[in-house]
Design a protein around this ligand. Structure first.
Ligand code: TRP
Ligand code: ZN
Length: 846
C-alpha cells in the first residue's frame, strides 16, 4: 500500500504526552548488521495530561524482537511510524528488544557507522530509529546506558560508571542521547569550574589525528570560562567528551556531555587548516558547549520552539567570538552571512517565521531564519532592554526554567517580568516572516534634523498581510568637519510611519543610520555618493563605515551593469584611503576590499525592477576589481609585503587579520603581476591559509594546472584538505566551463559522494559560482539535479538542504525560470522521493 500524503504537524495542535518517563535504561549490543538495543523505560501517568489507556511510541525502521509490560509479554500494533500498546492505569515498566543495522544506515541519522566507528545523531527525530520511545523534546528522563562491544572506546552521555557503562543524572529528551564506540584516541584536558569542581575533558579522534585537536581543546576551555564569567553558567558533569566524525550531516551536535562534531570543525593544524577553519572551530565548539545550558538544561517544548535554543545559542556564540576576535570585524561577518543566507531565504518561496507554525519534516527548519534571524531578534531585545535588563532577564530565565521544556512565550515573559516592558508587539519578530524594508527621508531646518521612517514587509507564503514591528534604529550624527555631533541613540520605531527629531544642531549633519546593524532589515536610503564617501571616511561606527563602502560599491556595480558606465572614482579613492589607514586593524581593511557577492547583486537588481543577468554581474565585478587593482596597485603591493606574518604560524585573530588583508591584496595584484606573487606564495607558504589563497588565484586566472596537480600529490591522503581541493576547482572555475569541471571531478577516484563534506565540496561549490550555476544553456542546473536525485535515497537530509540552490528561481529570466522549474519538477517526480526533499521542492515550486 502506498503511504498517504505526509501530514503537516501544527503548533496549534500541541498536546502534552500522557505519560512521564522516570528512568530509561538502555543496553546496546553492537554487532554490525545484528546490532541489538534493549530498552527498559519506567512510565507513570502525566498529571498534567488526560489519562490514556494506551501508549504510542515512535519507532522507524526497527525490527521488534520482544516487548513486555511489567514483565509480561505484549503484542503492540506496529506501523511504519511507531507502535501502540494498551497499558495499565498506574505506573508501569516497558521493556523491548529491537534489531537495527547501523552498517547500512547511510542517512547519518540514528545509529550508523563512519570509518569503522559507531556513532549516533538523534536531533531532531533520530532516536526513533534506535528504539521505540516517545521521541519528543518535552519528554525528559535520566538515562543509563550499557554498551557491549569489542570496540576499545565506548562513550555515552553523563558520567562513566564503569568501562562501557554511563549514567546521565540530568533529565533530557531523546534527541540529546548519544553513543560512540570505536578505535579512538584522545586529546585530554582538564578544567576547574568556578565552584572548584574538576572536569575531565577529552577530544576523541581517529588514530593519528590527536595533534590536530589542540586548538579545539583550547577553544573549549575558553568557552567554559567565558560562560561562567559572562552568564554565570557552570558545567554540571564530571566529564565532557567531544568526538570528531568524518560522515556528518551538519556542523556539530550538543548531546549532553558528549558533543559529536563533523571532523572539519574539530581538526586543525597550520599546514592543513585555514584561518577561517580556526575561526569556525572556535565558534562551533563554543556553540555546542553553550547549548549545555541553552538547549539541554532548558530545552524546547516542541520543535516549533527550535529558535528558543538555536537563536539564543547562536547569539551567545557570537558574543563569545566577538570577545575573542574583535567586535567590529565579527559583526560585519555576521551581517554578511545573514544577508547572504537569511535575507535570501526570507525573500524567496522558503520564507518562514523565526518560529514556524507548521512543518512536514522538521529537519527542513534548521534554517538561517531560525538560527541567524533568531539570534538577531535577541540582539534587538538586548538593545531595547539594555545590558542590565538583559542580564536580569537571563538570570530569571535560568532560575525559572532550569529543567523545563520551554516556549518562546516563557522566554519573552522573563524579559517582561525582569524589565517591566510589554513585549506583545515585539513578539511579531517570532511570528511574521519576511525582511522589513525601512525607508527614510531626512529634513534639516533651524538646527533640527527630522528623520521620517517607513517600514514595510512584503507578503510571504501564507502571510499576505504584515503588521508593523518594533524596530530599534541606532542613529548617530556626523558634523560637516567629520566629528560626531550626536552619539548613538536607539530610536524605537513601532508604527508603519514614524518621525524622530534631533535638535540643537549648528549645521546640517550626515546621519549614520542603523548603526552596528541594530535590526535585521533592509535600509532603503537615498543618499548621494558624496555623502556615502563622507561616511566611508568619517563614520565613527565601524559597522556603518564599512556599510558605506559596501553600499557605494553596490551602487557603482549596479550602474555598471544597467547603464554600462565605468567604475566611479569616488569609491576607488575612498577605498584606497581606508585601506591605507594604519589606525584600522588589517582584518577590517580586508573586509573593506571585498565587494558585494554576485548573489547579493542579483537580488538587488531584482528588487529594483531589473532581471539579473548572472554573466553580466560576474563581468562587472571583474571589471571593478580590475579598476581597483589599477588604482591601488602601489598601496596593495606595499601592504602585501607589510602583512607577511612571521613563522611559526599562529591562528590568533591579529595574525589571521594580517593574512586576510594580504590575501585580499594578492587577489587584486594578480590582475597586474601575471600571478607572479601567487606562484611564489604557492611554493613558499608554510600554512594552508596562504597555500590555498595562492592556489585560488592561480586557478582563477587559468594558471592553476600544475599547482592543482602538485597540491593533489601533496595532500591526497588528507580528507579535509582534499575537500578544499575539490571545492576550489569548482568555485574558481571559469563560469563557462564550471559544469564540465564539476562533471569531471565527480568522476575522480576520490569523489566519495556518500560523504556529505565531499558532496558539498563539489556540488555545493557550484552555488559559490553563480555565473557558472546559472549558465544560459541550463547544463549546470541539470547536472546539479542529477546528483540530488542520486543522493536522495541515500541521504535525504543533505539532499533536502541542497535544494535551496533553486530557491531564487523567480528572480531570473523566463528561460532560466523554466529550466530551473523543470529540474525541480523532475526531482518531485522521483518515485520514492523522501519526505524531506519532497517538502522542500514543493515549497520552492510554490
Ligand atoms: N543542534 C545542532 C546545533 O545547532 C544542529 C543539528 C540539528 C544537527 N540537527 C542535526 C547536527 C542533525 C547534525 C545532524 O548545533
Ligand atoms: Zn545549535
Amino acid at each position: 500500500m502506498k503511504d498517504a500524503a505526509p501530514q503537516p504537524v501544527r503548533l496549534s495542535e500541541y498536546t502534552p504526552f500522557p505519560f512521564v518517563v522516570e528512568q530509561v535504561d538502555l543496553r546496546f549490543t553492537l554487532a554490525g548488521a545484528e546490532t541489538r538495543v534493549h530498552s527498559k523505560v519506567r512510565f507513570a501517568p502525566n498529571p498534567a495530561a488526560e489519562p490514556a489507556g494506551e501508549i504510542f511510541l515512535h519507532g522507524k525502521e526497527l525490527e521488534l524482537i520482544s516487548a513486555r509490560i511489567d514483565g509480561a509479554e505484549v503484542s503492540p500494533v506496529v506501523t511504519t511510524r511507531g507502535l501502540t500498546c494498551p497499558v495499565p492505569s498506574g505506573a508501569f515498566t516497558w521493556e523491548a528488544e529491537v534489531r537495527i543495522d547501523p552498517t547500512t544506515n547511510t542517512s547519518l541519522d540514528g545509529l550508523y557507522t563512519s570509518g569503522g566507528m559507531y556513532c549516533t545523531q538523534c536531533e531532531a527525530e533520530g532516536f526513533r530509529k534506535i528504539t521505540f520511545y516517545p521521541d519528543r523534546p518535552d519528554v525528559m528522563a535520566p538515562f543509563r546506558v550499557q554498551i557491549d562491544s569489542d570496540m576499545p572506546v565506548r562513550l555515552s552521555n553523563g558520567n562513566m560508571v564503569e568501562e562501557g557503562v554511563w549514567d546521565d543524572p540530568w533529565p533530557k529528551p531523546a534527541y540529546l542521547f548519544a553513543l560512540v564506540a570505536g578505535d579512538l584516541r584522545n586529546f585530554p584536558g582538564e578544567f576547574k569550574t568556578m565552584s572548584g569542581k574538576d572536569v575531565e575533558l577529552n577530544i576523541w579522534v581517529r588514530p593519528g589525528d590527536e595533534a590536530r585537536a589542540e586548538y579545539a581543546m583550547d577553544a573549549l576551555k575558553r568557552s567554559m570560562a567565558w560562560d561562567e564569567e559572562v552568564y554565570g553558567r557552570e558545567y554540571d558533569l564530571q566529564i565532557f567528551n567531544i568526538v570528531a566524525v568524518d560522515d556528518f550531516n551538519m556542523g556539530a551536535m550538543e548531546n549532553k556531555g558528549l558533543n559529536i562534531f563533523n571532523s572539519k570543525y574539530v581538526l586543525a593544524s597550520p599546514e592543513t587548516a585555514t584561518d577561517t577553519d580556526y575561526d569556525f572551530i572556535e565558534g562551533i565548539i563554543a556553540h555546542e558547549y553553550f547549548h549545555n545550558w541553552t538547549g539541554n538544561r532548558i530545552t524546547c517544548r516542541d520543535w516549533f520552539q527550535l529558535c528558543l535554543k538555536e537563536g539564543l545559542t547562536v547569539f551567545r556564540d557570537q558574543q563569545f567570538s566577538s570577545d575573542m576576535r574583535g567586535a567590529a570585524v565579527k559583526r560585519i561577518t555576521e551581517v554578511m552571512q545573514l544577508r547572504a543566507r537569511q535575507f535570501r531565504e526570507d525573500q524567496g518561496p522558503l520564507a518562514h517565521p523565526v518560529r514556524p507554525e507548521e512543518y512536514i519534516e522538521i529537519n527542513n527548519f534548521y534554517t538561517a531564519t531560525v538560527y541567524e534571524k533568531g539570534a538577531e531578534v535577541i540582539h534587538m531585545l538586548k538593545a531595547l532592554v539594555g545590558d542590565e535588563g538583559y542580564a536580569k532577564a537571563l538570570d530569571l530565565y535560568f532560575e525559572r526554567h532550569d529543567g523545563d521544556a520551554a516556549t518562546i512565550e516563557d522566554w519573552l515573559k522573563v524579559f517582561e517580568d525582569a524589565t517591566g516592558r510589554d513585549l506583545s508587539q515585539f513578539s511579531r519578530w517570532y511570528s511574521q516572516a519576511g525582511t522589513p524594508r525601512l525607508t527614510v527621508e531626512e529634513h534639516f531646518k533651524d538646527g533640527t534634523l527630522t528623520l521620517d521612517f517607513k517600514q514595510e514587509t512584503k507578503p510571504t507564503p501564507g502571510q499576505p498581510q504584515k503588521q508593523p514591528q518594533v524596530i530599534p534604529i541606532a542613529v548617530g550624527l556626523i558634523g560637516p568637519n567629520g566629528n560626531e555631533v550626536a552619539e548613538t541613540r536607539v530610536l524605537e520605531m513601532n508604527k508603519s510611519e514614524q518621525s524622530f527629531e534631533f535638535t540643537g544642531l549648528s549645521a546640517k549633519p550626515v546621519s549614520s543610520i542603523l548603526r552596528n546593524f541594530s535590526a535585521p532589515v533592509v535600509l532603503d536610503r537615498k543618499l548621494d555618493s558624496a555623502s556615502r564617501a563622507f561616511l566611508l571616511a568619517h563614520d565613527t561606527d565601524p559597522f556603518n563605515r564599512w556599510e558605506a563602502g559596501r553600499v557605494l560599491g553596490k551602487e557603482v556595480l549596479t550602474q555598471m551593469i544597467t547603464e554600462g558606465t565605468a567604475p566611479a572614482p569616488d569609491l576607488l579613492t575612498g577605498l584606497s584611503r581606508v585601506v591605507a589607514d594604519e589606525s584600522l586593524e588589517p582584518a577590517y581593511r580586508a573586509l573593506m576590499l571585498g565587494l558585494p557577492s554576485e548573489d547579493d547583486l542579483a537580488q538587488t537588481l531584482f528588487d529594483s525592477g531589473h532581471v539579473p543577468d548572472p554573466a553580466a554581474i560576474h563581468a562587472a565585478r571583474d571589471a571593478l576589481q580590475d579598476a581597483m587593482a589599477a588604482e591601488m596597485e602601489p598601496i596593495l603591493a606595499s601592504l602585501y609585503e607589510q602583512m607577511e606574518t612571521p613563522a611559526p604560524y599562529s591562528p590568533d585573530a591579529e595574525a589571521a587579520g594580517k593574512r586576510s588583508l594580504r590575501g585580499a591584496c594578492l587577489g587584486l595584484l594578480s590582475r597586474r603581476d601575471g600571478c607572479a606573487r601567487a606562484k611564489a606564495l604557492f611554493e613558499a607558504a608554510d600554512n594552508m591559509t596562504e597555500e590555498l589563497a595562492a592556489l585560488a588565484v592561480l586557478i582563477r586566472h587559468g594558471q592553476g594546472e600544475a599547482a592543482v596537480q602538485a597540491f593533489y600529490d601533496k595532500w591526497r591522503h588528507d580528507r579535509l584538505v582534499m575537500d578544499k581541493w575539490f571545492m576550489l576547482q569548482v568555485v574558481q572555475s571559469s563560469p563557462e566551463t564550471m559544469a564540465e569541471t564539476v562533471k569531471s571531478l565527480t568522476e575522480h577516484a576520490d569523489f566519495d559522494w556518500k560523504n556529505p563534506n565531499r558532496f558539498r565540496s563539489v556540488l555545493g561549490g557550484m552555488q559559490a559560482n553563480p555565473a557558472g550555476f546559472h549558465r544560459a544553456d541550463g547544463a549546470a542546473y541539470r547536472l546539479y539535479a542529477d546528483w540530488l536525485l542520486k543522493l536522495d535515497p541515500v541521504n535525504p537530509q543533505t539532499t533536502a538542504r541542497m535544494t535551496t540552490a533553486f530557491e531564487t528561481w523567480a528572480r531570473y529570466d523566463a528561460d532560466r525560470q523554466q529550466m530551473m522549474r523543470e529540474q525541480l519538477e523532475r526531482i518531485a517526480a522521483l518515485p520514492g522521493l523522501s519526505e524531506n526533499t519532497g517538502e522542500m521542492v514543493g515549497r520552492i515550486l510554490g
